[in-house]
Design a protein around this ligand. Sequence first.
Ligand code: PGA
Length: 251
Amino acid sequence: MRPKALIAANWKMNKLPSEVSAWVRDLKDALTGKVLNADLAICAPYPHLPALVEAVRRTAIRPGAQDVSAHKAGAYTGEVAAAMLQDVGVELVIIGHSERRQYHQESDTLINAKLQRLQEHGLVPILCIGETITEREAGMTEQIVLGQLTACLQGISLKLAAELIIAYEPVWAIGTGKTATAEDAQEVCGAIRTTLLKLYPTLAEGIRILYGGSMKPDNAAELLSQPDINGGLVGGASLEVASYLGIAEGA
Ligand code: PGA
């Protein structure tokens, strides 16, 4: 069965913890009387999380983080463990974002360890994969994306499709205003589904595959109508309630 769309906001390093509750209140107000065909999640920086968890309590909006340590606990200055996120009330965690791969040299092996930590604490990973422009122009898109997918999922077993979310984010489309065409995005997401069917035959159809990269209200509906695109991971356009909601209304 086709999973319900999820529109996950990725606030990246934006906003202040003191701004969270007013933003969520504005979102809740804007949602009044509307029926969406999408679930909502907000992935915020660590210091924002207690306020976010509190603000979305008793709503269907799910609170998320943007990273997690690959370690369980101990002498890792500056790191944040999965147990801490769980304790705060976080439900989803983005891992393997291309900005972490690019600026913090994160490898598929490290991301695989992070996935294991999330599973130990019942947190749902939003696993990001995607090719650079050089890789796309060299005709290597599927090789790169499916290679990242299988390496990151090495040894990961799932009991439920809801335990894993994939985000296909072509690196060249992130924050650039260049969106993949709906056909290009569907082609890669379809290939991701085929690989998931091999890895998790009974669950793959229910695993959400999100598209990310300059998603906006005016391109969301077309992207979200593709058979293997089950939502979006939204950066820039998620910072304003109106554009975030505009995307969710495209589902
Ligand atoms: P963008 O970012 O929507 O600003 O392109 C998406 C992401 O990086 O998750």
